[in-house]
Design a binder for this molecule. Structure first.
Ligand SMILES: [Cu+2]
Ligand SMILES: [Zn+2]
Length: 194
């Protein structure tokens, strides 16, 4: 190898080292930026679920979730119901592939409690009790949960039942078939509800 060729080789090796260092520094910068974005994505402030009827039903609605301090506000409207009370829960999966809504799984219950009313000492995190439909079949939802944190339930689902949740039968309050289901998804800040 000639002297000049050796120099060029050394120079280019040096260049490569410098370029590599710059690339690594940039990657670290972008990496940090991505990490920030990831943190943003995992701390949602608002969410929405569009309820669609299960097979043979015409129940539908929109439920909005909004973080207010340490609580989670759950508001919305559900229509197409039989007048009276209907079990209303967050179920484990955001899977709507079954026509009868059963792919949504059981009540969201991360801490292994028994089923109960939302104010009972022992209840599933997803137990929201009942919603009440008026004589037009419309239920206005207005609940506040102190146990549920929005990041825990993103991608899970709301389920509305044909019957009343008795707040005590195991494992799900004997609320009957599922008449509507909706997956909880990210949204912009929810509009004012009051
Ligand atoms: Cu349910
Ligand atoms: Zn339950």
């Amino acid at each position: 190898m000639s002297v000049s060729k050796g120099r060029i080789l050394m120079k280019s090796t040096l260049m490569l080292a410098v370029v590599t260092e710059i690339a690594m520094a940039m990657a670290a910068m972008f990496g940090a930026e991505h990490a920030d974005h990831a943190a943003e994505m995992t701390t949602p402030k608002a969410a929405v679920a569009v309820l669609i009827p299960t097979e043979g039903n015409s129940v539908q609605g929109v439920i909005r979730l909004k973080v207010i301090g340490e609580s989670l506000e759950i508001t919305g409207q559900v229509s197409g119901l039989k007048p009276g009370e209907h079990g209303f829960h967050i179920h484990e999966f955001g899977d709507l592939t079954a026509a009868d809504g059963t792919a949504a799984g059981g009540h969201y219950n991360p801490s292994g409690h028994e089923h109960g009313g939302p104010d009972a000492a022992d209840h599933h995190a997803g137990d929201l009790g009942n919603i009440t439909a008026d004589d037009k079949g419309i239920a206005t939802v207005n609940k506040v949960s102190k146990d549920l944190k929005l990041p825990m339930i993103m991608g899970r689902s709301f389920v509305v039942h044909a019957g009343v949740d008795d707040l005590k039968s195991q494992p799900s309050g004997d609320a009957g078939p599922r008449v509507a289901v909706g997956v909880i998804g990210y949204t912009k800040e929810a509009p004012p509800t009051k």
